[in-house]
Design a protein around this ligand. Structure first.
Ligand code: FE2
Ligand code: FE2
Length: 202
C-alpha cells in the first residue's frame, strides 16, 4: 500500500498544540478537582490528572524524536493556551459565585471541552502515523499507542458524567457512575450505545 503524503510543517504545529493542550489539561484538572463533589468523579479525575502528566512526558519524548523544541511558541499554540486559561477561569468563577452543584456541572462541561480538543489531537496524530514512514512513523505510532486509550476514557467517560449529573440536577433519575464508566466505553460507538441503553441501568 502506498503511503499518503502529509504536510510536515502542519504536523509540527499539531505537536506543539498537543504539548500546550496537555499542559493546559493539567491546570483544567486541578481546577475541576476543586469543583468535583461526587467521590467517584473525584477519583476518576485524579487518575486523569496523573495520565495527563504522563501525556506531557510522551509529547516531550515525541518532540525529541522529531528534533523539535517542545517549548517553541506558535500563534496556534497561543490560542490553545488562551482556551485552556479560559476554562480554568470559568471554573473559578463558578466556584466563587454559584452553588457547589453548579460548579461541579461547570467543571464537567469544561473537562469535556478540554478533552474534545485533546482527543482530536491524538486521533489526528494517529492519522499522520499511518501516512508517515521510517523513524517518524515509528515515533508517532509509539506515542499514539501509549496515549490513545486514555483519551477515549477522558472524553467519553466525562461526557457520561456530565450528562448524568445534569439529569440528577434536573430532579430526574440518573445513572451514577454513568453507563460509559460501567461498560468501560472506549469508542464513539460504544459511548452512543451506552447513552441509548442508560434507562436499562436505572
Ligand atoms: Fe491527554
Ligand atoms: Fe485527555
Amino acid at each position: 500500500m502506498t503511503k499518503k503524503s502529509y504536510n510536515a510543517e502542519q504536523l509540527q504545529d499539531l505537536v506543539l498544540q498537543m504539548m500546550e493542550t496537555e499542559l493546559g489539561g493539567e491546570q483544567v484538572y486541578l481546577a475541576a478537582l476543586q469543583c468535583a463533589q461526587n467521590a467517584d468523579l473525584k477519583k476518576e479525575w485524579q487518575g486523569y490528572l496523573e495520565e495527563t502528566r504522563m501525556h506531557q512526558r510522551t509529547v516531550r519524548t515525541l518532540c525529541e524524536a522529531l528534533g523539535m523544541d517542545a517549548s517553541a511558541q506558535t500563534p496556534s499554540r497561543k490560542v490553545v493556551k488562551h482556551l485552556g486559561d479560559s476554562l480554568v477561569q470559568a471554573m473559578q468563577l463558578a466556584l466563587k459565585s454559584g452553588t457547589p452543584t453548579a460548579a461541579e456541572l461547570t467543571a464537567c462541561e469544561c473537562v469535556v471541552l478540554a478533552e474534545t480538543k485533546d482527543h482530536a489531537n491524538w486521533e489526528l496524530l494517529g492519522q499522520v502515523a499511518q501516512a508517515a514512514s521510517g523513524a517518524t512513523a515509528k515515533a508517532l505510532q509509539d506515542a499514539y499507542d501509549k496515549v490513545q486509550q486514555d483519551e477515549q476514557h477522558h472524553l467519553y467517560h466525562t461526557m457520561g458524567w456530565c450528562r448524568e449529573l445534569w439529569i440528577q440536577s434536573l430532579g430526574m433519575p440518573a445513572v451514577l457512575p454513568p453507563p460509559e464508566e460501567i461498560k468501560q466505553v472506549e469508542t464513539a460507538i460504544g459511548a452512543s450505545r451506552a447513552e441509548q441503553q442508560r434507562t436499562t441501568l436505572l
